[in-house]
Write a protein that binds this ligand. Structure first.
Ligand code: URA
Length: 476
């Protein structure tokens, strides 16, 4: 132990960004030389100070057998922007190889907790990039067609997403520009290029000119950095090239095709067999929130007559998305969520918790009003689990487009929709995880309205406001 404390201080300098290979090599050498995490200073070229004393490459550095979950976490976390990512990962690896094989299962361990949060954030960023990169057609100076997209990732995920885009758009010539680097695909090989500025890919009339300027500066062989160029085309794709030539055409026409599909689908099968229709719609993979909303709007209501779907409303990328149960009578009539009595109570509580409604996204697990007629009155009827399931696909897709930082489930139906499992709200209220989304479970405001006793209502309301405040802190 004393020997470990006296181990020399080691500096490891990695490439800027996500240097997985460099990290792995350094870890092998450090473990072989028994250098504990406290004696290592990690830095990436552009991120920190260099320490002269790098781990010598000559040390006996054989591969390390790590539990599968640890091995899977490493390539994700190295993409994180936090300069401490390598130090934290090395601490985990060090402890695992020294006997704590199940360390990753100890969620309360501070190192594990931080690494899991980092992994979650990177996964979310990957997911966003997969979903939101939009290409624009342009021309290279030699007249060739090229599709160019601008994207601002939060983490160093560009290279990690390369296979995804190559696989999807392998028949196109494309570039993805970002402030952290760029990817350029020419149907055969991938080039990792330098960072770009947003003005290199503006989405207005200046696009062509700006793109040309960028192209000329970065594609000039005299200026490119050979170190940054990599052949990235797995052989398995080569044989597929001839049949992928149609992709640019398909991409260009995609928005129109989605619209046509919606119109076609909406008029026939939706009204016959809702479950089948939903499965068919899921296959259509709508590419925008508008396209998704059009599918929802065209679907069969839960109660005949209540056929106005109430769609979510609010800004994209909000701090919080609130998910309720289903629209009520007033919401159905107006076509807007949370405007009836429960909505007004929610507004009041949001105000007290310091949350701006118009900066939040509000939606429901079920998009149609389900009711029972009593005379002329339409009385709310709770959707059953099968009905919640039918709408679940939409809700998840909706959140994919909206990209909130936190999703708040208001009540049991929302929690069921978001987790896929029954949730006992009073026991499980508080922070939660909803698949890809950090979540929070609290009561539905209509529960407060139903409490018969004034004092109990005041107490429950105060607890609800406290929950909302906590959620706001988590989403900050
Ligand atoms: N209750 C909900 O769950 N959603 C609404 O939109 C209105 C009331």
């Amino acid at each position: 132990m004393d020997a470990l404390r006296k181990a020399p201080l080691r500096g490891v300098t990695l490439e800027p960004g996500a240097d997985l290979l460099g990290f792995r090599a350094a870890v092998r050498r450090l473990v072989a030389a028994e250098i504990p995490p406290q004696r290592v200073i990690w830095s990436a070229n552009s991120e920190g100070e260099l320490l002269g004393d790098a781990a010598p490459a000559t040390e006996n550095a054989s591969a390390i057998a790590l539990p599968r979950a640890v091995a899977a976490l490493i390539p994700i976390v190295v993409c994180h922007r936090d300069p401490q990512r390598y130090a934290l990962l090395y601490t985990l690896i060090w402890r695992v190889v020294r006997g704590e094989r199940a360390l990753l299962e100890v969620a309360s361990d501070p190192v594990v907790h931080r690494l899991e949060l980092m992994a979650k954030s990177v996964r979310r960023d990957l997911h966003k990039m997969h979903a939101f990169v939009r290409f624009r057609r342009t021309e290279d100076p030699d007249g060739g067609e090229r599709y160019v997209a601008w994207f601002e990732p939060e983490h160093f995920i560009l290279e990690a997403t390369a296979d995804f885009f190559v696989e999807r758009f392998r028949g196109m010539v494309w570039s993805i520009l970002s402030p952290l680097g760029s990817l350029h695909w020419d149907r055969q090989s991938l080039r990792i290029g330098p960072p770009a500025r947003k003005s290199d890919a503006p989405d207005d009339d200046a696009f062509e000119a700006a793109w040309r300027a960028y192209y000329e500066s970065t594609f000039n062989p005299a200026r490119t950095n050979p170190e940054a160029m990599r052949a990235h085309m797995p052989k398995k794709y080569w044989k597929n090239l001839p049949e992928t030539q149609a992709i640019p055409e398909l991409i260009r026409g995609a928005p129109d095709r989605v619209r046509e599909m919606i119109e076609r689908e909406a008029s026939v099968p939706l009204k016959r067999d809702p479950q089948k229709a939903v499965a068919a719609m899921a296959k259509q993979a709508p590419r925008s929130l508008d396209a998704l909303n059009a599918l929802i709007a065209a679907s069969e209501p839960l109660t005949p007559g209540a056929d106005r779907a109430v769609l979510g409303e609010g800004p994209m990328r909000p701090a919080i998305a609130f998910v309720g149960e289903q629209p009520g009578d007033e919401e159905e009539k107006a076509g807007r969520p949370f405007i009836g009595p429960a909505g007004q109570l929610l507004d009041r509580a949001l105000g007290e918790a310091g949350i701006a409604r118009d900066e939040s996204y509000l939606t429901n697990a079920v998009k149609h009003f389900k009711y029972e007629l009593r005379g002329k009155k339409r009385l709310h009827k709770r959707p059953d689990p099968g009905e919640v399931k039918r709408y679940r696909w939409w809700l998840m897709k909706e959140l994919d487009f909206v990209q909130p930082r936190l999703v708040v489930a208001l009540g049991a139906t929302a929690a069921l929709a978001l987790t896929g499992k029954p949730v006992a709200v009073t026991r499980q209220r508080g922070p939660a995880s909803f698949g890809d989304w950090p979540g929070f479970v609290t009561v539905h405001p209509s529960y407060l309205l139903r409490l018969p006793d004034e004092a109990a209502r005041a107490e429950a309301y105060a607890a609800f406001v406290a929950d909302l405040r906590r959620a706001a802190e988590l989403a900050a």
